[in-house]
Write a protein that binds this ligand. Structure first.
Ligand SMILES: [Zn+2]
Length: 498
C-alpha cells in the first residue's frame, strides 16, 4: 500500500505546490492549535487533501484547520501536514501492511514507540485482533538524524539503510550498532581508502534478534503478497530452525508444503477462490519434528476484494440448452477431480509464457468478472482470460507439464488441461483441434491444439485458465512472478551471522 494515487495528479500537485510556496510563505504563523502534539504526514507525489483525509479517517476541514490551509487544492509535495485525531502522538506518519509474526507488542518494541500510540494511530479496539494484511500506521521520530527508512519498516528489512546526516560519522554509526568500522566497510563493499560524506548511504545488516518474532521452531514466516486478494495466488514461505514437516491452513485452503532436503525451508502455493467471502480468516501452521512433536503458529489474515466487475451475457437459444444444471455440475466435477490433485514434482520454470502469439493485444475478457447468463443472477465468474484469434491459431504450453485431460467437453468444447506440478494446472477451452494426448509430457512452447469456438462459445477465441491448489486464479498474476522460489534456510542464517 502506498499513498501515491496517480501520475496526472503529480503534475497538478507540483504546480499547486509552486503557488502554495508563494502564497503561504508569510501567511503561516504559529497558533495555539499548532502547539498540541500531533503526528505529521509528508505529502507524497499524487496526494490530494481528500485522499489524505480518507486515509486517516478525518475530514478535509479538520486537516485544513490543523494546518491553517485556506484552499484545499493548494498543497505541495514534501509539505508536512499535521493530522488531527491522534492526540498525544507525534512523529512522521508512515504506513505498513501487517505480516505474519507482527504483534502490537513486538512492533512497539522494535520501533521504540509505546503500544498506546500504535493503538491510537490504528484505532484498535482489541489489540489481539490485528490481522495479516491489515493496513497499519506508525510514526518515526522526526529528530532521528540519520534515519532514512525506506518503504519497508526497519523490523522487516534484511538490512537497514541510512544516510549520513550533518553530525554523523561512520565511526559513531558503527559504534551505535556494535560494529567495527572495518566490518561496516566490508559489509558496504566500500573501496579503500574510505570516504565519508553527508548524505552517504550506509547499509547495516538488521539485528537478527529484532528480525525473529516467531515461536520456535519457526525461524521465518512470510506470505506474498501480504494482502490476500480474491482470485490471486499466494505463496507461503517458511524457514524452520531444524528439520520439520509442515502442514497448515490459510483462508479455508489446506496448505501443501514443499520442503527442501534439509527439512528447514518450506513453501506452499494457494489459490484464493474468486468468490471467497470477504473477511478475516485463520492462518495456521503446524510443524512436526522427527520425533513427532508438534508446534503451532496461528494468526489471522483478511481476504480483500478482487473488484473485477460484472458482465451480462445473452446466449442464443440453441446454446442456452448447454447451461442446464446437470451438465454444469458434471463438467465442473470433472475439472475439480483433476485440479484438486497435488503432484510433488515441479515441472515448470517460472514465470509462465502466454499460450499464443500476440495474446496481450488480443485479450477480450479478463479474469474474475462476475457473470450472469441470460439475465439470471451473478452467480458465476469468468475463470480465465479470453484471447481473440483466427480459427486454427496454434496454442502452446506456457510451461512444461503433463497432459491431464484432452477431450471434448459439452460446455468447454475441445479441452486440454496441463498438470505443471505442485498443484498448478492450466486449462484451454473451445479449441478447434486438440493435438496432445492424456499422459503426454509437453514442453514450454509445444503446440497442444488450435484456437476455435467449440462448446459454449460465441466466437473464435481461446479461454485460458490457471488453477492453483484447486482454485482458478488470475493468469496474469502467474506471468509476472516466479512462484517457484523456495526460501533458503541458509540465507536467513547467513544474514544473522554477519
Ligand atoms: Zn472465457
Amino acid at each position: 500500500m502506498t499513498f501515491t494515487k496517480s501520475f496526472p495528479r503529480l503534475c497538478l500537485s507540483l504546480i499547486a505546490g509552486l503557488f502554495l510556496a508563494w502564497q503561504i510563505g508569510g501567511a503561516s504563523t504559529p497558533t495555539a492549535a499548532q502547539e498540541t502534539p500531533l503526528p505529521e504526514y509528508i505529502i507524497q507525489a499524487g496526494d490530494t487533501l481528500s485522499a489524505i483525509a480518507l486515509q486517516f479517517d478525518v475530514t478535509v476541514a479538520d486537516i485544513q484547520t490543523a494546518n491553517n490551509i485556506g484552499d484545499a487544492s493548494l498543497i505541495s509535495v514534501g509539505q508536512r501536514l499535521r493530522i488531527p485525531g491522534f492526540d498525544g502522538v507525534s512523529g512522521i506518519l508512515r504506513d505498513y501492511t501487517l505480516r505474519p509474526g507482527d504483534t502490537l507488542e513486538n512492533i512497539a518494541h522494535r520501533l521504540d514507540i509505546d503500544e498506546d500510540s500504535l493503538i491510537i494511530l490504528n484505532r484498535i479496539v482489541n489489540p489481539n485482533m490485528v490481522y495479516v494484511g491489515q493496513p497499519f500506521l506508525y510514526v518515526s521520530a522526526d529528530d532521528t538524524p540519520i534515519a532514512d527508512i525506506a518503504e519497508a519498516p526497519v523490523w522487516q528489512q534484511n538490512e537497514v539503510k541510512f544516510r549520513l546526516g550533518e553530525n554523523d560519522t561512520l565511526a559513531n554509526l558503527a559504534a551505535e550498532y556494535g560494529l567495527t568500522l572495518y566490518a561496516l566497510r566490508d559489509y558496504n563493499a566500500w573501496p579503500y581508502p574510505l570516504f565519508e560524506f553527508q548524505g552517504q548511504e550506509v547499509k547495516i545488516a538488521a539485528d537478527p534478534d529484532a528480525q525473529n518474532s516467531f515461536p520456535p521452531p519457526f525461524a521465518h514466516i512470510e506470505i506474498s503478497p501480504t494482502e490476500v486478494v480474491q482470485g490471486e495466488p499466494i505463496v507461503v514461505r517458511v524457514a524452520t530452525e531444524n528439520t520439520q514437516m509442515l502442514s497448515g491452513e490459510l483462508a479455508e485452503n489446506k496448505l501443501n508444503f514443499i520442503t527442501t532436503t534439509d527439512g528447514q525451508a518450506h513453501m506452499a502455493l494457494v489459490g484464493i477462490y474468486n468468490f471467497q467471502k470477504l473477511g478475516v480468516y485463520p492462518f495456521e501452521l503446524v510443524a512436526t519434528d522427527e520425533n513427532g512433536r508438534t508446534a503451532t503458529f496461528e494468526t489471522r489474515l483478511r481476504v480483500f476484494s478482487g473488484q473485477r466487475g460484472q458482465q451480462s451475457i445473452q446466449l442464443p437459444p440453441e446454446k442456452s440448452s448447454l447451461l442446464d444444471d446437470e451438465t454444469l455440475r458434471t463438467e465442473w466435477a470433472q475439472l475439480i477431480d483433476i485440479t484438486k490433485n497435488f503432484s510433488a514434482t515441479r515441472l515448470w520454470d517460472a514465470p509462465f509464457e502466454y499460450p499464443m502469439e500476440y495474446a496481450t493485444d488480443r485479450t477480450t475478457t479478463t479474469f474474475g468478472v462476475a457473470r450472469t447468463y441470460n439475465g439470471v443472477s451473478f452467480n458465476s465468474f469468468h475463470g480465465g482470460l479470453d484471447f481473440a484469434g483466427g480459427l486454427g491459431t496454434p496454442i502452446t504450453a506456457p510451461a512444461n507439464g503433463v497432459i491431464a485431460l484432452a477431450e471434448p467437453l459439452t460446455i468447454r468444447g475441445n479441452s486440454v488441461i496441463i498438470d505443471h506440478g505442485w498443484g498448478v494446472y492450466s486449462g484451454y477451452w473451445h479449441l478447434f483441434e486438440i493435438t496432445a494426448e492424456p499422459g503426454q509430457v509437453v514442453e514450454k512452447g509445444q503446440i497442444i491444439g488450435t484456437l476455435g469456438s467449440t462448446g459454449l462459445s460465441t466466437g473464435n477465441h481461446l479461454h485460458w485458465e490457471i488453477w492453483v491448489g484447486g482454485h482458478q486464479v488470475d493468469p496474469t498474476s502467474w506471468l509476472d512472478v516466479d512462484y517457484s522460489i523456495v526460501p533458503s534456510a541458509a540465507s536467513t542464517e547467513s544474514e544473522s551471522s554477519e
